[in-house]
Design a protein around this ligand. Structure first.
Ligand code: PHE
Length: 357
C-alpha cells in the first residue's frame, strides 16, 4: 500500500488537528475551516483521489478517510466550543462593573436615604388623630371649577368675600372657569354630592390636601400650602359638637397644656362661623412675638353648615345639620416644630430637612 494516496493520512490528520489546536480566536477558526474540511481541503483532495483505487481498496480507504474526517470535525467543534466559552467570559470580564469605588465612597460618605418631609409627616399625624376620633379620610381635586371653589360655597362672582380667596381664574369656555383651589372647602361639596347620590349620609370626614393662593411668600405665608378640612353632616348636630371636636383634636395633637378657643368670624358657607385658635406653642400662652402678645395662634376657620350650602347640594336642612372646619397643616407643623420661617418647608435645604425624622 505504499502507493496508496492515504500513505500519509495519519500525519496529515495530526497536522490538521495541530492547526485546530493552535487557533486562538473564533474568527481565525471560521477562516481556517474551508482549508481544514472544505472542498479544497486535503481530506477532500484525498477523497477525490480514491477514484483511482481498486474497488476493494477504495472501500477500506474510504472508511479510513471518513474516520479521519470525523476526528477532524470533532476537534473543530470542540475547539469552537472552547473559543466561544473564552470569548464569552472575556465579554463578561469587560462588562463587569467595578463597585469598589462606590463601596469606598459609601464608607467615607454614606449615601443618605430620604424620609417623608415635615408636611407629609404632619398630615399623617393629623389624619391619625381624626381617625382616632371616628373620622374617615377623603380626597378632592386640586384644580377646581369656580362653582366648587366659590359658588356652591355661597360665594357668588361679585361677592366681597372673594377677596379673601382671590386667585387666578382660567376660562375654559363658558360656563367653565377653573382655579387652583384656594382652600379645601370645595371638597365638602364633592363629599356631600357623593353622599346624596349614593344615599350614604351621614358624613364624618377629614380631607387634607394642597391649596394655592396668590400670596407672596414670607415667614408665615406660602403660595402653596396645605389644609385639612373637616366635615360632619348628621342628625341633631350642634355648635357644641363642633367646639368639642376642635378641643379634643387640639389636646390630642398639641398636648394637654394647649387649649382651643373659637371667636366669632365670617365665612359665607358657615353660619355661625368661628375662627379656631390654639394656645401659642412658642410661649405657652404667656404672649410673645409669634402670637403678637395675645397668647393665641389662629389655625383656621369653622362653623355650622349654612342651610344655603346644604340646599345647593340637595340635602334637607330640616333633617340634617352639620359643621365644617379647615385649618393649615403647614401652620400646625410650624407650631409643633417651632419653624420660624415657613419658607424653609419648600426650600429643600437638607440642613433643615435632616432635623425631621
Ligand atoms: N376654607 C376656609 C379658609 O380657607 C376655612 C373654613 C373651613 C371655614 C370650613 C369654615 C369652615 O379660610
Amino acid at each position: 500500500m505504499t502507493s496508496s494516496p492515504l500513505a500519509h493520512l495519519d500525519e496529515q490528520t495530526q497536522e490538521l488537528l495541530a492547526t485546530i489546536a493552535k487557533t486562538t480566536t473564533l474568527e481565525a477558526l471560521v477562516e481556517a475551516e474551508p482549508a481544514l474540511i472544505g472542498k479544497r481541503s486535503i481530506l477532500s483532495t484525498l477523497q477525490k483521489s480514491l477514484g483511482s483505487l481498486e474497488p476493494e481498496d477504495r472501500r477500506s480507504a474510504g472508511a479510513l478517510l471518513q474516520e479521519a474526517r470525523r476526528v477532524v470535525e470533532a476537534a473543530l467543534s470542540e475547539r469552537r466550543a472552547v473559543l466561544q466559552r473564552e470569548a464569552r467570559s472575556r465579554q463578561l470580564e469587560r462588562d463587569r462593573l467595578d463597585l469598589g469605588d462606590v463601596l469606598d465612597a459609601q464608607v467615607s460618605h454614606p449615601l443618605s436615604v430620604g424620609h417623608p418631609g415635615l408636611i407629609a409627616v404632619t398630615q399623617r399625624e393629623l389624619e391619625d388623630v381624626f381617625v382616632g376620633m371616628g373620622f374617615t379620610v377623603a380626597d378632592g381635586p386640586e384644580v377646581e371649577s369656580d362653582w366648587y371653589n366659590f359658588e356652591a360655597l355661597n360665594i357668588p362672582p361679585a361677592h366681597p368675600a372673594r377677596d379673601m380667596w382671590d386667585t387666578f381664574y382660567v376660562e375654559l369656555g363658558d360656563p367653565e372657569t377653573v382655579v387652583l383651589r384656594t382652600h379645601t372647602s370645595p371638597t365638602q361639596i364633592h363629599l356631600m354630592e357623593e353622599a346624596v347620590a349614593h344615599g350614604t349620609l351621614p358624613i364624618h370626614s377629614v380631607m387634607p390636601g394642597r391649596c394655592y393662593r396668590r400670596d407672596t411668600p414670607d415667614a408665615s405665608h406660602l403660595y402653596s400650602f396645605h389644609q385639612i378640612e373637616g366635615l360632619v353632616v348628621d342628625r341633631g348636630i350642634t355648635f357644641a359638637d363642633l367646639a368639642g371636636v376642635i378641643e379634643t383634636f387640639t389636646r390630642a395633637y398639641f398636648g394637654p397644656d394647649i387649649t382651643s378657643r373659637l371667636r366669632p368670624a365670617y365665612f359665607p358657607f358657615t353660619e355661625p362661623s368661628a375662627e379656631f385658635e390654639v394656645t401659642c406653642t412658642i410661649c405657652r400662652g404667656e404672649g410673645c412675638r409669634t402670637c403678637s402678645h395675645t397668647g393665641w395662634i389662629e389655625l383656621g376657620g369653622s362653623g355650622m353648615l349654612d342651610p344655603v350650602v346644604l340646599e345647593a347640594v340637595g340635602i334637607d336642612g330640616e333633617e340634617w345639620s352639620g359643621f365644617a372646619f379647615g385649618f393649615g397643616i403647614d401652620r400646625c407643623a410650624q407650631m409643633r416644630h417651632q419653624v420660624s420661617d415657613m419658607r424653609a418647608l419648600i426650600e429643600n435645604d437638607t440642613r433643615f430637612l435632616e432635623q425631621i425624622s
